[in-house]
Design a protein around this ligand. Structure first.
Ligand code: SF4
Ligand code: SF4
Length: 273
């Protein structure tokens, strides 16, 4: 099997396991775009034999994300995580069976939020992998922004010894630098110089917000994911524009905001904001 045929087989297997987005990156691309290996966690820093990365993406439907913080969003988040872990695990076994040893990674690399307060990162970044695999670009909110679903995408990665070509990068910055994510962050965790490509993220504030929501039974936060105007999913769900989120923040209501608040009244601490 040629490398191109192998890549096509892997893409089909990933799709058959339910991946909606599939992208490929390799070591050469990491070395070109992120030459400081120890800072960005190249795949071979996690597993020295790794030559390529396969990134799997699963979108989160916007109308559920909009209810955050809620039990509905928490359950969606948990379901997407289970699926991603299982799909990456099974895909790694299938590629290994083809003669190319492969491993899957955990989609969240921490045991408890308290560990993020001490050290706010994990051993591998699926966001960087997604960008290098051509799935999107990194927004002001530090999330991967995809043309299809904005930042409403959960990711996991498979590392493989197979030498695969990387998919084309998205060169145009998808972030509109509108600052909606910053304005509407409930923790005030985003800020910094507008001339910079990414916000300064106050990890401590963000993590403490997550701890608060976890205790209330309606985590994660996801507000910066919810309000980002990028993504064709906004058209599909007829949610163009983000003014409603500003109206919600100002305490105004309409039929849609009332529905979000309806959901928030059940299954966890009521009306956590
Ligand atoms: S996850 Fe929530 S608290 Fe953290 S930066 Fe995004 S909006 Fe702010
Ligand atoms: S909300 Fe605006 S600034 Fe924030 S990531 Fe999305 S497009 Fe960029």
């Amino acid at each position: 099997m040629t490398a191109a045929e192998l890549k096509s087989v892997i893409r089909k297997k990933a799709r058959s396991l339910g991946a909606i987005l599939v992208g490929f990156a390799n070591l050469a691309r990491y070395r070109r775009y992120y030459p400081q290996a120890e800072k960005i966690y190249h795949p071979d820093a996690v597993w020295p034999e790794a030559k390529s990365v396969i990134v799997l993406g699963l979108p989160l439907p916007l109308p559920i994300v909009e209810t955050t913080p809620s039990i509905n969003y928490q359950e969606l988040y948990n379901s997407s995580n289970v699926w991603l872990d299982q799909a990456a695990y099974r895909l790694s076994l299938e590629i290994t069976a083809l003669g190319h040893p492969s491993v899957s990674l955990p989609r969240d690399g921490y045991a408890d939020l308290k560990h993020l307060i001490k050290r706010a990162s994990s051993s591998f970044s699926h966001v960087v992998a997604g960008r290098l695999a051509g799935l999107g670009t990194i927004g002001w909110n530090h999330n991967l922004l995809t043309p299809q679903h904005g930042s409403r995408v959960r990711l996991n990665s498979v590392l493989t010894t197979a030498e695969l070509t990387a998919d084309p990068l998205i060169k145009k910055d998808l972030c509109l630098h509108c600052r909606a994510c910053q304005d509407l962050c409930p923790a005030g965790a985003l800020g910094g110089d507008p001339a910079e490509p990414f916000a300064e993220l106050d990890h401590d504030k963000c993590t403490r917000r997550h701890q608060f929501l976890k205790k209330a039974g309606c985590w994660p936060c996801g507000s910066c994911t919810k309000v980002c105007p990028v993504g064709a999913d906004r058209e599909a769900y007829r949610r163009l524009g983000v003014q409603r989120y500003y109206r919600e923040q100002a305490g105004q209501s309409d039929e849609t905001i009332a529905a979000w608040n309806h959901v928030r009244r059940f299954g966890s601490e009521r009306n956590v904001r």
